[in-house]
Design a protein around this ligand. Structure first.
Ligand SMILES: Cc1cc2nc3c(=O)[nH]c(=O)nc-3n(C[C@H](O)[C@H](O)[C@H](O)COP(=O)(O)OP(=O)(O)OC[C@H]3O[C@@H](n4cnc5c(N)ncnc54)[C@H](O)[C@@H]3O)c2cc1C
Length: 376
């Protein structure tokens, strides 16, 4: 229980969603700091508390090693015995392994390589410069922490989602929630595959509610370079065109903030929040480096913050595509009696977050109950 929060996260991590948004079915945050952001210890406590109050028959420390079709259901093999079940809900998460590009194989052995699963704190890295690859939530947070530890940090930036921490005096995720952006359903999203693969927003949960965008990182002394495209003769080659990448994410942010403004006016909320804000464009470095010699000693370590992927190696049912993703329609998998929960944009945009599980679970379990009622 809470295994991923316990074992697969770094020490300083806090949720990027405010406490009041940490909702599980029948459980709301009722502590003293609804606008704060939970530490990992608090997340673990919250989930353990949920297990107690929901009185679900949780079995901890049990690893599922195989699920395969058998008779009118599934045969499940675990580290603690066998189970036969008519239905199975796969809730094994979307982030079981780090997704690291094959570029890693061309990195000289003198450079240490880490993923967010292995990273705990800056003290663990060898002295010297760090190249952080990926500028979504994980990458910007680790780049900031490593820079604060006094190291030279280079951040390789590809497509990213820029957001201010607060907008018109409210947490930006309050706007996502209240304006209904997060309620958009999976069957209304224009490009669902893209929505499901959207990088996490550049956000961090700190008591100061600070914005952690590329301007903040550049001001802190982080060097920005383009997307890492190749390794040639021991040199990392970065794409040019940072200006385009930056202006695209600035534009998308402006559009989103415009949507919030329209909603506030249409629904009569203008008086409750601050005036509309606009933010400075992302500053393009005067001359971003296009290559970096990985053998020169300048870079002692690389942190791959290039995303995560699920692990379905234990699932012996042909419902996983060539890219390792589960085929499902709003959580109803491609084989009868098989369901999924906890995946990005499973049934609505908020499915990607902890607060998304409640509505999704209700609908998916309704389907499951109807299936059992008809069949059995
Ligand atoms: C770095 C990071 C930061 C995040 N920050 C936030 C945030 O601030 N706010 C927010 O709302 N959401 C956040 N999320 C998303 C959030 O993690 C998910 O929405 C949520 O965890 C989904 O819950 P889950 O129980 O479905 O999956 P998970 O929390 O991933 O849990 C899945 C569990 O299944 C277990 N499991 C997997 N395979 C097996 C197997 N074969 N046998 C037995 N057990 C297995 C895993 O060990 C794990 O304990 C973050 C995700 C990551 C990766």
């Amino acid at each position: 229980m809470a295994n991923s929060w316990r074992r697969e996260r770094w020490d300083s991590l806090r949720l990027l969603t405010p406490n009041w948004q940490s909702r599980l079915p029948g459980l709301r945050y009722d502590g003293p700091d609804p606008d704060g952001y939970m530490t990992m210890a608090e997340v673990i406590e919250f989930i353990e508390h949920f297990a107690k109050v929901s009185r679900a028959p949780v079995r901890t420390g049990v690893n599922v090693t195989s699920v395969r079709p058998a008779g009118d259901g599934y045969h499940v093999t675990t580290s603690h015995g066998e189970i036969h079940s008519r239905t199975v809900v796969i809730a094994s998460g979307a982030c079981n392994q780090p997704a690291v590009p094959p570029l890693r194989e061309a990195v000289p052995a003198s450079v240490e390589q880490l993923t967010p699963f292995g990273y705990r704190d800056p003290g663990q890295l060898p002295d010297g410069g760090v190249l952080v690859v990926g500028a979504s939530a994980t990458g910007v947070q680790l780049a900031a922490e490593l820079r604060r530890s006094g190291r030279p940090v280079t951040l390789s930036v590809g497509e990213h989602v820029r957001l201010p921490r607060t907008y018109r005096g409210r947490d930006v995720l309050w706007w996502m929630d209240a304006s209904g952006v997060w309620d958009q359903r999976y069957d209304e999203v224009e490009d669902l595959t893209r929505a499901r693969r959207l990088p996490s927003p550049q956000l961090v949960g700190t008591p100061e509610r600070a914005t952690l965008d590329l301007n903040a990182l550049a001001s802190a002394g982080v060097e920005l370079v383009g997307r890492w495209a190749a390794v040639r003769d021991g040199r990392a080659l970065f794409s040019g065109g940072l200006r385009n990448v930056f202006s695209l994410s600035d534009l998308k942010m402006e559009r989103l903030l415009g949507t919030f403004d329209e909603w506030a006016t249409a629904e009569g909320h203008d008086a409750e929040v601050g005036p509309p804000e606009r933010f400075a464009a992302t500053r393009v470095p005067e001359s971003a480096r296009l290559q970096l010699d990985l053998g020169s000693g300048e870079i002692a370590a690389i942190v791959w913050a290039t995303g995560f992927r699920p692990d379905y190696r234990w699932l012996d049912v042909p419902v996983v595509d060539a890219k390792g993703r589960l085929n499902h329609e709003g959580g109803v998998a491609g084989r009868r009696g098989l369901y999924a929960l906890g995946l990005p944009v499973l049934r609505r945009r908020r499915s990607t977050f902890i607060s998304g599980i409640e509505d999704d679970a209700r609908e998916v379990i309704d389907h499951l109950a109807r299936y059992l009622a008809v069949r059995h």
